[in-house]
Design a binder for this molecule. Structure first.
Ligand code: GLU
Length: 477
C-alpha cells in the first residue's frame, strides 16, 4: 500500500515553525517512501480562520521547497461527511445528546476541584430517558453531541517515534464532545477529533505524523476509528520544539513564524535544513548541511528523538552561512541586489562588477542582510572610523599612502591587472620605507573607512574600476 501522509494546518495564523517542522517530517517520509504528501486546510474555526493565512501557509511551504501532490482538501467543505459520521454514532448508540448547560458544567467542575478530583465530564446525560430528553427540549435547551468513552477502555498503539503507547479511557476526560451545541433536532458544528478522523480516512491517510502535543488526541481518535469501523493509520509524534531554556517555543520567544525568519534574512534552504535537524539526527557519515532531497533519501523515524528539540540559533546561523557560501555569484547577486536597491543605492551598470562584488562578500556573510552593511562602502564613501583614523597616524603610513596616491595620479590603475596593483604597492612601500603590512592596513582604512573587510586587492580593484580609489586616498593625506 502506498504511503499517504498529510499536513493539516489551521489557517488561524501565519505558518508556524512547529507546523513547518511537521510539514518537513511528513514530506521527507512521503518522499523517502515514494508516497504522497497531501494538505488539508482545517478551517472549521470560522471566526479565526482567514484566507490570507491559508495563502501565507501555502506560500511558506513552497518557499521552503515543500511541494504537495494533490489539490489541498478544504475541511469546511467536508462538513456533510462529518455530520454523517456523527449521525452513524448516534444511530448506533455510541454518541448521545448532552443538555447540560454551562452553569451546570461549571458547578460540576467546581465540585470536582473542591474534592481534589481531576476535572472531567461526569457522563451525566449518557443514559437519559426519552422523557428526560423531552423535558430538556421543552425547556428550550440546546445540546452538544458526546461520544461515549468507556473508562475501562485500553487504548494501545505503536508510535513510530515513541514505541508502544497505552492510554486509559478513564484519563480522557469523560465522554467527548464531537459536535457543538445546537437545537436538539440538529447536529451542531462537528469538532476537531471527529473531523480529523473522518477526513484522514476519506483521504486514505496511512501515516499521521504530527507534534507530540497531539498524543492525547490520538488516543481519542483511535476510539473513533474503532467506533466508525475505519482502517487505522500508523502514528508518529514528533518532539516539541523548545527554546534555549528548555520550554516549549512560544510567541514570547520573539520568532515563531516562518515569516519572521524570512524577514531576518534566513534562506529557505537553511531553514528547511534546520527544521529537519529539530528532532532528527543525521546517520553516521552524513554532514549536517544537506538539502531536503538528500535528507529524504535516508529519512526514517528511527532517528527521530523522543526528547524535545532545543532551538539552537548558532546552528541555524552556521547553516545559513553554509548555504550562502555555496551560492554561485549569480544567485547571490540576485538575492543581494534587491536589498541594495532598497537602500536607495545606484548600482554600477557593469554586471561583471556587481558579480565580482557579490563573490567578494559571499564568504563573510552569515545572513543575507549582512551583505547590506558590507557592501555599503562600495556604493558610498564611508566615514573614517576611529581605528581607521588612528591607523593613518602610524609611523610612515601617510608617506606610503602619499606615494601610492602620487603613482595613481600619474597613471590610474584599472583595478584588473593585479600584477600592476602589487607593483604599485611594492613601489610605495619602498618609497616610504615601511613594511608592506603597514601600507596594506592603511590602504584598507582609507578605502573602507575601517580596518576589517574582505580581500584587500579585490576591494581596491573594485573601487579602482569605479574610479573612486584616488579620491578615497586623497581625503586621508
Ligand atoms: N489542525 C491541527 C493543528 O494544526 C491538525 C493536527 C493534526 O495533524 O491532526 O494542530
Amino acid at each position: 500500500m502506498s504511503v499517504r501522509v498529510r499536513l493539516a494546518p489551521s489557517p488561524t495564523g501565519t505558518l508556524h515553525i512547529g507546523t513547518a517542522r511537521t510539514a518537513v517530517f511528513n514530506w521527507l517520509y512521503a518522499r523517502h517512501q515514494g508516497g504522497s504528501f497531501l494538505l488539508r486546510i482545517e478551517d472549521t474555526d470560522k471566526e479565526r480562520s482567514k484566507p490570507e493565512f491559508t495563502q501565507n501557509i501555502l506560500e511558506g511551504l513552497q518557499w521552503l521547497g515543500i511541494d504537495w501532490d494533490e489539490e489541498p482538501v478544504i475541511q469546511s467543505e467536508q462538513v456533510e461527511k462529518h455530520r454523517a459520521a456523527i449521525q452513524t454514532l448516534l444511530d448506533q448508540g455510541l454518541a448521545y445528546r448532552c443538555y447540560a448547560n454551562e452553569e451546570e458544567l461549571d458547578a460540576m467542575r467546581e465540585a470536582q476541584k473542591a474534592s481534589n478530583q481531576a476535572p472531567r465530564y461526569d457522563n451525566r446525560h449518557r443514559h437519559l430517558t426519552p422523557e428526560q430528553e423531552a423535558a430538556f427540549q421543552a425547556e428550550g435547551r440546546e445540546a452538544v453531541i458526546r461520544f461515549r468513552i468507556d473508562d475501562q477502555a485500553e487504548i494501545r498503539w505503536t508510535d513510530l517515534v515513541r514505541g508502544p503507547m497505552s492510554w486509559r479511557g478513564a484519563d480522557l476526560g469523560g465522554d467527548m464532545v464531537v459536535a457543538r451545541r445546537a437545537p436538539a433536532d440538529q447536529i451542531g458544528d462537528p469538532l476537531y477529533n471527529l473531523v480529523v478522523v473522518v477526513d484522514d480516512a476519506a483521504m486514505a491517510i496511512t501515516h499521521v505524523i504530527r507534534g507530540e502535543d497531539h498524543i492525547a488526541n490520538t488516543a481519542k481518535q483511535l476510539l473513533l476509528y474503532q467506533a466508525l469501523d475505519l482502517p487505522l493509520p500508523t502514528f508518529a509524534h514528533a518532539p516539541l520544539i523548545l527554546n534555549g531554556e528548555g520550554r516549549k517555543l512560544s510567541k514570547r520567544d520573539g520568532v515563531t513564524s516562518i515569516n519572521d525568519f524570512r524577514s531576518m534574512g534566513y534562506t529557505a534552504e537553511a531553514i528547511a535544513n534546520y527544521m529537519t535537524l529539530l528532532g532528527w539526527s543525521v546517520p553516521e557519515g552524513m554532514e549536517e548541511r544537506f538539502t531536503l532531497q538528500q535528507a529524504a533519501e535516508v529519512f526514517s523515524f528511527d532517528r527521530v528523538n523522543k526528547a524535545g528539540a532545543r532551538f539552537d540559533w548558532d546552528k541555524l546561523n552556521w547553516l545559513n552561512a553554509q548555504v550562502l557560501h555555496e551560492l554561485s555569484p549569480e544567485a547571490l547577486l540576485n538575492s543581494l541586489e534587491p536589498l541594495w536597491t532598497e537602500q536607495g543605492w545606484t548600482l554600477p551598470a557593469d554586471q561583471s562588477w556587481r558579480l565580482d562584488l557579490a563573490e567578494l562578500l559571499g564568504p563573510s556573510l552569515t545572513l543575507l542582510k549582512d551583505g547590506i552593511e558590507q557592501a555599503a562602502p562600495f556604493f558610498n564613501e564611508p566615514p573614517l572610523e576611529s581605528d581607521a583614523q588612528q591607523q593613518l597616524s602610524v609611523d610612515g603610513a601617510c608617506d606610503a599612502l602619499k606615494a601610492l596616491h602620487a603613482a595613481l595620479e600619474a597613471e590610474p590603475w584599472d583595478g584588473v591587472d593585479m600584477a600592476r596593483g602589487q607593483q604599485l604597492l611594492g613601489d610605495a612601500v619602498k618609497a616610504a620605507g615601511v613594511k608592506k603590512g603597514v601600507l596594506m592596513k592603511t590602504l584598507r582604512a582609507a578605502l573602507l573607512g575601517r580596518l576589517q573587510g574582505p580581500d584587500l586587492m579585490t576591494t581596491w580593484g573594485l573601487l579602482a574600476r569605479l574610479g573612486c580609489d584616488r579620491q578615497r586616498l586623497s581625503r586621508c593625506l
